[in-house]
Structures are given as structure tokens and as C-alpha cells.
Design a protein around this ligand. Structure first.
Ligand code: ATP
Length: 509
């Protein structure tokens, strides 16, 4: 997905005379250095709220050095743009603008920028604006003059370097190789600055960097991912043993686990890296459970992508959010990326209007990524109603397999009862007539059964009984409406459509 490095892409955009390059980053210093590096002998000015307009570069005897020399401390950004364009002061210059996003709500400033971009396009002005901001906000008027550039996530060798440098600076000596490897993996997906911050935090609070640091890293990483707001790192407790039935799906996942657990060996043998699975079907029948269990089975982190949060207010923001989420997942890989409620995410594709256009673009972006994906990000997409999904998603080459889950069979209900009673009242299990419970729950979902067991256990407790008995659970069944009662027609229609499309059934029928 990211062939060219950040620096190369930046250089290419500058060479291509793109009027505005919007860099999504909060590590200003790192980006500054890079800009000075790739701009060769071109003059670089900067504008920021504090210092006004500054000259950032000195060239002496062909050598480029970074400086911070005031050009005009009083200029507002508007004044600089007005004056700079009119008097051609900005001609043949690069202008870095920091924290631009709050200014992009000002329509007058946007108009000034647009005017400058028009001149650049016509070849009457040779300026490149480089916006650096951790918040992406692109006004529609400027969209066509702008490219978005996002920082690369660090590669493992680079993370190792950052950690080693930190240890050296703090005279901490080197770490045991295995511990270093684990720390590096834990830091995947974080920026230079974030890594240094976490290490400094740990050092100041505990006075050392050791195995415990990994816990802090994971904790902080979860927080950072949560703050970014698009992906969520989900703690995984459920395993395949917590799923009753769905044997076909579980067997399939187990085969993929063999590959994912030793990818290098599998690749060498000629095996393709698994892309992922789409699990569709009636609510409450174990789709989410399978997403979680697969992460546990593969022994990798579980990231949940909330498509609702991907949708941004500004032009290009949604696409950038998705790109960011994908890049983050790739940086954290190997991992499971769980895309929940896929049909909601891509509803309205191909329709008219701004919202539908964005959805269609996002969908295309997601499909291309799935198609070309070379990273160890295993996608588990879950959907209630697959029929609402565009057919392209179901074509070969996207997901490795599509499974549908239906209401549990008799045998599956037995296992689900055993699991949920076993979790709460393991000693009562042998005396409970599971056969009877199974016979009474035709048309009930896994979630219904879990609710029934909870209800039965609660009522036995409230009635001051020492054990949970069959009758307690039967009573709970009687007071619960089954899923098939609630949505009989939809379930029937769904199953018919899945069979017609020849999707695999998750259960061993
Ligand atoms: P939704 O489409 O509503 O998100 P889902 O298919 O993802 O539903 P889950 O969240 O996996 O359903 O299931 C809800 C709960 O029901 C689970 O937490 C689990 O406790 C129970 N459950 C569902 N199916 C099974 C199953 N096959 N085995 C054990 N428990 C199950």
C-alpha cells in the first residue's frame, strides 16, 4: 500500500508543483527537517501564530542549514498571503504553515489561498504551500489544489533505533535481545515522539526500562488508538472453546491459524497470506464472538474499525481516516482487523448526493486495499444483512471465504447451553436436563440462550435456591421471545438468499 517513502512522496509532490501539500502530523520537528532536506536550494519560509513569518533556511557554499530568522513577526497569515502574492514575495518559495486547521474555517483566508493556487496553476506564481497539522480539514474550494500526505509509520528497524538512542541518551545500557524484540513489536504503530514519550514516562515513574515497560506500552497504545478515534484495540478473552457449534467456520479459522502463526515458512512453501473472512447472518449467533476468537487463536491483537467514525465532515477527511486506519493496522500487523456492521458502512453505494459519493469512494478504497493487501492484517468483516452489500465485495480475491451463520441447530444449542451454564454454574451442569432445554429452544439465537441462562441463574439465586435446576431455566425460556418469533420472515429470506448464492454455512449441517 505504501510503496514510496514519505520523503520520496513529499519530494515528488514538490517537483510536480502541487500548490498545497497537507501533511497530517503532530511531529513538527521531524517534518521540518524532512522539508528542508527535500527542498534543496529553494528558499523555505514558515508562518506560525507565535513568530509570524520566518526564514527557515540558509545556504552557504552550497550547504543547506536550518535557521529561524524572522522575516516579519507581525504579519498575520492573511497579510502574508495578500502581500506575498501581490508583490511576488512568495514566488520561488516554499511556505510552511503550522496548525493551519483553525484558519481554514475563515472564508476570507480560504479565498486568498484559492487565489494563490489559481496563480500557481496558471504558472504565474511558483510557490508550494506545505501545511502541517495533526487535524485534517480541507475546504471544498481548495480540494483540487491539494494533496494529503501522511507520515509513515516506523518500521521495526526504525523503532529499534529510537529505543536504542533513548537508552543511550539516558545511559541505560542495552536491553536483552529478546526483550528488545518484544518492546519493538509492542511499539508498532506509534510515532517517534510517542515512543520517546512513553519511554520517558516509564523511566521517570519506575526508574528503569524492563519487561514491565511492555504493559505500559500496550496500555498507552490502546489509549492513543482510542484517542485517534477510528480504531479501537479490543481486549480478547473469548476463544474458539467459547463458541458452541459453527464447526465449519472454526475449522476454517484453525487452518488459517497454521499459516498465520508461521508466515515465513508458509510463504516459503508458496502459500498465500490469508486476507480475511466475511461472516454474515442473523443477529446474536456468534459473528462478533468469532471475530474475537480468531484474534485469540492467531495470537495477535484485535483492532475494531468503526466505519461510523470514519465518516468525516470535510472533503477528503473520510478517505484520509480510512487510509489512516488501514495504515495503522498495517503498522501493528500481524493483527485481526474487525470491520463490524459492514452493510451499514457501505449502505447507499452508487447513489446520488455528497454522502453517497464519499461512501462509494471509501468502498472503492477498501476494496482495492483488500485486493492488493500484502500485509498480515487478517480482516474479519461481520454483517447482518449481506444482501445490502454491493456484489463487488463478494467477488473472489477480496475475502478468502464468506460464511453465513444461521440459528443454531439442536446440537449447537446443546453446546451453547453447556458453555453458558458451564461458565456460571459448572457444578450444576451434570444435573440439568440439557435435552429438555434444547427441545424447548427451537428458533432461539445464541444470544437468546445466553440471556436465558443468565435469567435462570438469577432467579434461582433470588429464590434462595442452592443450585440452578432445569425448571429455573425452563421458566426463563418461557418468558423469552425467540429471535425467530421476532423476525421470522427476515430470517427465512436471509437463509434462502445465502443458500442461493452458495455461501458456506458456518455450521456443520
Ligand atoms: P450482532 O449481529 O447482533 O452483533 P453477533 O452474531 O455478532 O450479533 P455475538 O455478539 O457474537 O452475535 O453474540 C452475542 C452473545 O451471544 C455472545 O456474547 C455470546 O455470549 C452469545 N452467543 C451467540 N452465539 C453463540 C455461540 N454460537 N456460542 C456461544 N455463545 C454464543
Amino acid at each position: 500500500m505504501r510503496e514510496a517513502s514519505f520523503e520520496t512522496r513529499l519530494r515528488e509532490y514538490i517537483d510536480a508543483q502541487v500548490p498545497i501539500i497537507y501533511i497530517d502530523s503532530f511531529d513538527d520537528n521531524k517534518v521540518d527537517d524532512m522539508i528542508l532536506n527535500v527542498t534543496g536550494k529553494r528558499v523555505v519560509w514558515e508562518w506560525n501564530e507565535m513568530d509570524g513569518c520566518i526564514n527557515r533556511k540558509k545556504i552557504e557554499n552550497g550547504r543547506v542549514t536550518s535557521i529561524f530568522e524572522s522575516v516579519n513577526a507581525d504579519w498575520t497569515l492573511s497579510e502574508l498571503l495578500k502581500y506575498g502574492v501581490k508583490e511576488e514575495e512568495l514566488d520561488r518559495k516554499i511556505l510552511i504553515v503550522k496548525d493551519i486547521y483553525s484558519y481554514l474555517e475563515d472564508s476570507k483566508l480560504v479565498a486568498l489561498l484559492k487565489n494563490a493556487c489559481l496563480k500557481i496553476e496558471e504558472g504565474r506564481l511558483e510557490t508550494t504551500f506545505i501545511f502541517i497539522s495533526p487535524v485534517v480539514k480541507i475546504p471544498k474550494e481548495l480540494e483540487k489544489y491539494m494533496v494529503l500526505l501522511e507520515e509513515d509509520f516506523l518500521k521495526e528497524e526504525e523503532i529499534r533505533e529510537v529505543v536504542s538512542e533513548f537508552l543511550e541518551e539516558c545511559s541505560l545500557g542495552s536491553l536483552h535481545e529478546k526483550l528488545m524484540d518484544e518492546i519493538v513489536v509492542a511499539f508498532k504503530g506509534l510515532s517517534n515522539l510517542e515512543i520517546e514519550t512513553i519511554l520517558a514516562l516509564d523511566l521517570s515513574s519506575r526508574g528503569t526500562i524492563d519487561r514491565e515497560t511492555i504493559h505500559l506500552i500496550i496500555e498507552q497504545k490502546q489509549q492513543m488508538i482510542r484517542k485517534a478515534g477510528i480504531l479501537e484495540m479490543i481486549p480478547v478473552n473469548e476463544g474458539l472453546e467459547d463458541i458452541g457449534g459453527l464447526e465449519n467456520l472454526k475449522n476454517w479459522l484453525q487452518k488459517k491459524a497454521v499459516i498465520l502463526k508461521d508466515m515465513a515458512k508458509a510463504k516459503k512453501f508458496g502459500v498465500e497470506l490469508p486476507k480475511g473472512v466475511l461472516i454474515a447472518g442473523v443477529p446474536g449467533c456468534g459473528k462478533s464472538l468469532n471475530a474475537k476468537a480468531s484474534a485469540k487463536l492467531f495470537e495477535v491483537p484485535l483492532l475494531k474499525l468503526d466505519m461510523g467514525r470514519i465518516m468525516g465532515k470535510y472533503v477528503g477527511e473520510s478517505e484520509e481516516n480510512l487510509r489512516h486506519a488501514i495504515a495503522l493496522a498495517e503498522a501493528i500487523a500481524p493483527c485481526v482487523l474487525w470491520v463490524d456492521e459492514l452493510e451499514k458502512a457501505f449502505a447507499g453505494i452508487g447513489g446520488n448526493g455528497g454522502g453517497a459519493e464519499v461512501t462509494t469512494r471509501l468502498f472503492g478504497q477498501f476494496l482495492t486495499w483488500m485486493q492488493e493487501k500484502k500485509s498480515a492484517v487478517f480482516v474479519v468483516a461481520t454483517a447482518n444483512d449481506i444482501m445490502k452489500l454491493p456484489p463487488e465485495l463478494m467477488r473472489k480475491g477480496r475475502f478468502d471465504e464468506i460464511f453465513y451463520v444461521k440459528l443454531p441447530t439442536r446440537e449447537e444449542r446443546r453446546k451453547i447451553f453447556e458453555i453458558h451454564i458451564g461458565k456460571r454454574r459448572p457444578d450444576d451442569l451434570k444435573d440439568i436436563n440439557i435435552d429438555k432445554l434444547v427441545s424447548e429452544t427451537e428458533g432461539y439465537s445464541g444470544a437468546d440462550i445466553e440471556g436465558i441462562v443468565k435469567g435462570g441463574v438469577e432467579s434461582a439465586y433470588v429464590n434462595k435456591k442452592s443450585n440452578v435446576e432445569t425448571e429455573d431455566i425452563i421458566e426463563a425460556i418461557e418468558s423469552t421471545h425467540s429471535l425467530s418469533e421476532v423476525m421470522e420472515k427476515e430470517i427465512y429470506e436471509m437463509e434462502r438468499a445465502y443458500k442461493e448464492k452458495k455461501f458456506k454455512c458456518a455450521s456443520d449441517e
